[in-house]
Ligand binder design. Structure first.
Ligand code: AHG
Ligand code: MN
Ligand code: MN
Length: 344
């Protein structure tokens, strides 16, 4: 019987019994590919578990003394939070136990981790276990970013299997731990799909099928505190957004400081997100393998664009080292065109 007491659907409301979970979605994708062995699906199941468990610990952090620093720093010199360390370990164990991951690059690990016991594994994964960790203790949205490469034919897993341009990614995406956990995933040549974690069911549910960025939107997202260090083209571009020619309105500024959260908003609402290379960080701040390239793949597959500070297509940049950094401008198609115009 229909109820209106908050425990069930309101009168006249229909319960959706045909729910597309991430597990169902992956199985249906697998069926579309006759050559698929099921390995990729199993790898994604392991990824999904790591996202659920990281989400779980983040939600409980303040209650169980998981806020604050771990007392160590990672390879790029950032101080590690306790949750950076725990999430990294959860991610590594999920990849190891899947048996499908030959090697893993993590922001929190200096070197590549090789899973020698996973003898038949055919995938290489790069991850930022917690992106935006400076926001953790304030309860602001953070996330996990991932990119998946396939090993070269006959390879058992070497550094060359991960030091590849984003154009070769077989899948990429991120999870944002916000008011709810949102998982965004895309596969090579495919669409971008968004899932929301239903805590009651413990399942990611397809809530945002075929995500497409608005073609333009007057929102910019950048750490303007760095503007002293920007080069003139970057300064001129951002200044232009604050002008209101012909009686129009200037752009709105939105900067959360967690790329996953700024990127998720940009995917939904449109606009531009940037972390330009500057005089202080001539190579940029964001890491190519596990921040820039996976996001660039998501943005391109959703109809947007992503370029580095030299205005090169982000997905074509080949990293020399696993923790290499880059400048990044990404967002709505027309907004990135404006950035390029200022760099001509
Ligand atoms: P991480 O927490 O993995 O080190 O990444 C933080 C990144 C990214 O999330 C964000 O866009 C940027 O750093 C914020 O940097 P600023 O504090 O310099 O703006
Ligand atoms: Mn990060
Ligand atoms: Mn991180």
């Amino acid at each position: 019987m229909a109820s209106t007491n908050g425990n069930g659907p309101a009168e006249g409301e229909k319960v959706n019994t045909n729910i597309v979970t991430l597990t169902r979605f992956l199985t249906e994708e697998q069926v579309k590919h006759k050559e698929a062995t099921g390995d990729f699906t199993l790898l994604c199941h392991a990824l999904q578990f790591s996202f659920k468990s990281i989400a779980y610990y983040i939600r409980r952090a303040t209650l169980v003394n998981l806020t604050g620093l771990a007392g160590s720093s990672n390879t790029t010199g950032d101080e590690q939070k306790k949750l950076d360390v725990i999430s990294n370990e959860l991610f590594i164990e999920a990849m190891r136990s899947s048996g499908k991951c030959a090697l893993l690059v993590s922001e929190e690990e200096e070197d590549i981790i090789y899973f020698k016991d996973s003898t038949n594994a055919r995938y290489a994964v790069a991850c930022d276990p917690i992106d935006g960790s400076s926001n953790l203790d304030a309860g602001v949205s953070v996330g996990t970013i991932f990119g998946i490469h396939k090993l070269a034919e006959g390879s058992k897993g070497t550094k060359e299997d991960i030091l590849k341009p984003g154009t070769e990614l077989v899948a990429a995406g991120f999870t944002m731990y916000g008011a709810s956990a949102q998982l965004v995933i895309t596969m090579k040549g495919g669409s971008v799909n968004g899932f929301t974690l239903d805590n009651g069911l413990g399942e990611f549910i397809l809530t945002h099928p075929n995500m497409r960025l608005p073609r333009s939107r007057a929102i910019y997202s950048v750490n303007e505190g760095n503007s002293l260090y920007w080069d003139d083209k970057v300064k001129r571009y951002f200044n232009s957004l604050k002008e209101a020619p012909d009686g129009g309105k200037p752009y709105s500024a939105r900067y959360i400081g967690s790329m996953v959260a700024d990127a998720y908003r940009t995917l939904l609402y449109g606009g531009i997100f940037a972390y330009p290379a500057d005089k202080k960080s001539p190579k940029g701040k964001l890491r190519i393998l596990y921040e820039c390239a996976p996001m660039a793949m998501v943005f391109e597959n959703a109809g947007g664009q992503a370029v580095n500070s030299k205005m090169e297509r982000m997905l074509e940049v080949v990293p020399q080292h696993i923790h290499d950094k880059s400048g990044l401008f990404m967002g709505s198609y027309d907004e990135v065109e404006k950035v390029k115009a200022f760099h001509k």
